[in-house]
Design a protein around this ligand. Structure first.
Ligand code: ASP
Ligand code: MG
Length: 349
């Protein structure tokens, strides 16, 4: 079993979706994890913002724009009127659901329900497209197996149990489609794995089914040796080990969600970063294989905050440090870099 994850730009238009379908194929057994079409989650965040600000007209305008955008893509994506109608109905239902929050007190729980609609739409549309092409895909609702604990961490035992049970119901199916990013929390409410979390979904799913490989399909040919937004003429790195990839993702390589490596590493499942615009390019393979003594890549991170903390009440330095890091732990804030001295500590977050 392989897991293939396609990000927002890879499913960003009807044409892109068709390309993804041809990459998916119908031979081997696989789970396809999709993000929302690019731009959709950002739009949903803005719509939720309108509901918080009690600006229903603005929300309504944005919803209509989204519906129009989807209607255009549907016209191009499907061949038959039957499937065009079914897809339009799907999109309308989801946006009606979004609109149903207008005119009521709006909470963070409602916002989370709104944020997951993009992935529900993209997977529903892909499932319909594959069916129209004669590929008998099965849609696996991520809300039925992807769960986080009360600490906000994924619950691998639950995920494995539920997902394996769902797969077992379809022994003859080779193509499964599911949503990235979306999950339930420990209380059963709809939640998510944070922005960009579809990669994380893919690796959690890969670990849950003991996949032979996790493929992360994006719009760039693998992990580059430098940040292409800053440096010209960068080139893809063909091979990384899990630790190098995790560090690069943590320190700013945008191609991968920083949490995505851990589940794959723990289960020793290779992760391949591939380009859906150039499906035959080799991309980057992330595995246990280490090549010592070489600098593989440089990553860059924006919006760093530098904090200099001094001990004013002359706490002994060991107590001072534990006090400082307890505070970051309490606010669930990861520290990137640290320097310490007798009188203070400097960190970047
Ligand atoms: N759609 C979500 C986002 O835009 C998740 C993802 O794309 O990975 O953050
Ligand atoms: Mg992403």
């Amino acid at each position: 079993m392989k897991v293939l994850k396609f990000g927002g730009t890879s499913v960003g238009s009807a044409q892109r979706m068709k390309n993804v379908a041809s990459i998916i194929g119908s031979s081997e057994r696989k789970i396809v994890v999709l993000s929302a079409m690019s731009g959709t989650t950002n739009a949903l965040v803005c719509i939720a913002g309108c509901f918080y600000r009690k600006a229903p007209d603005e929300a309504n305008k944005m919803i209509s724009e989204q519906e129009q955008k989807y209607a255009k893509e549907i016209e191009v994506l499907y061949r038959t009127d039957l499937y065009k109608e079914r897809a339009l109905q799907l999109v309308t239902e989801h946006f009606n659901h979004v609109w149903s929050f207008s005119g009521k007190p709006f909470t963070v729980f409602d916002e989370k329900v709104i944020l997951v609609q993009g992935e529900l739409i993209s997977t529903g549309m892909m499932d319909l497209y594959l069916q129209e092409q004669g590929i008998a895909s099965v849609l696996l609702p991520a809300l039925n197996f992807m769960r986080i604990t009360a600490d906000g961490e994924p619950d691998p035992v639950y995920i494995r149990e539920k997902l394996v049970a769902l797969l077992d119901q379809h022994p003859d199916t080779s193509v499964f489609i599911t949503q990235g990013f979306i999950c339930r929390n420990a209380y059963g409410d709809i939640d998510n794995l944070q922005r960009g979390g579809s990669d994380y979904s893919a690796s959690l799913i890969g670990a849950a089914v003991d996949a032979e490989e996790i493929q992360i399909w994006t719009d760039i040919d693998g992990m580059h040796n430098n940040d292409p937004r800053v440096v010209n003429h960068t080139s893809p790195v063909r091979q990384l080990n899990f630790e190098e990839a995790a560090k690069l993702a943590h320190f700013g390589a945008k191609i991968l969600h920083p949490c995505c490596i851990r589940p794959a590493k723990e289960s020793n499942i290779p992760v391949r970063l591939l380009n859906s615009f150039e499906p035959f390019a080799p991309g980057t393979l992330i595995s246990n294989t280490a090549e010592k003594g070489r600098i593989k890549a440089v990553a860059a991170k924006d919006d760093i905050t530098y904090i200099k903390i001094k001990s004013i009440n002359q706490l002994p330095s060991h107590k001072f440090l534990s006090h400082v890091f307890d505070t970051f732990a309490f606010y669930k804030t990861a520290v990137d870099m640290v320097t310490t001295s007798d009188i203070g500590v400097s960190v970047t977050i």
